[in-house]
Design a protein around this ligand. Structure first.
Ligand code: AMP
Length: 178
């Protein structure tokens, strides 16, 4: 059994095709009783992927900062809640518990999480990689920007040390053998 960290959209105002892909990813995580650890809110792709993991028989851990709990947007799906003081602790908790970390499509919160993980890896805090789930090419322009930064010498190691890209669920299954 493995634990997979998921970063993804809190927005509900997105095309339904993203929910379909997130559901497929969630079912695949849950099928063999694996665990998902994530932000624990009842919003957007977060709630969608949590429902899918759970309905497929998986386990869910929500990592919830105090502020979010005060606002009452905590999902009732998680089997376990880990409480943190702030957003930084939350990211570190998710990294610490995860065997793999996947970024599904998301907004600035997801980007903050992704780059927290990459920046920490770049200075040796951990060796975990992000896997961009590049659903419908969602991350193409970001990946292009990162390639341009690397070409200009602004990234000290090979980008492949920090992340992999899965363009489909099949490619995700090639990277994470569960
Ligand atoms: P965003 O990508 O901006 O939609 O933000 C979603 C990501 O940031 C998720 O992976 C969450 O871990 C975190 N996040 C942002 N907003 C919230 C919220 N209201 N409740 C819980 N987590 C959130």
């Amino acid at each position: 059994m493995i634990t997979i960290g998921i970063f993804c959209a809190a927005s509900d105002n997105i095309d339904k095709s993203y929910y379909e892909s997130a559901t497929q990813v969630g079912h695949w995580i849950g099928e063999n009783g694996n665990t998902m650890i994530y932000g624990g809110a009842d919003l957007g792709l977060m709630e969608c992927v949590a429902e899918a993991v759970k309905s497929a028989g998986g386990h869910i851990i929500g990592v919830v900062p105090e502020k979010l709990e005060e606002k009452g947007r905590v999902s009732n799906l998680p089997d376990r809640i880990i409480r943190t003081h702030n957003l930084s602790d939350r990211k570190d908790e998710i990294v610490a518990h995860s065997d793999y970390i996947i970024a599904l499509p998301g907004g600035v919160g997801t980007l903050d999480e992704v780059f927290h993980v990459i920046a920490a890896a770049s200075i040796g805090y951990h060796t975990k990689k992000i896997i961009f789930f590049n659903d419908q090419g969602f991350y193409n322009s970001l990946l292009k920007t990162l390639d341009e930064m690397a070409d200009k010498g602004f990234i000290r190691h090979s980008l492949s040390d920090y992340y992999d890209v899965a363009n489909s669920l099949n490619e995700l299954k090639e990277i994470i053998k569960i």
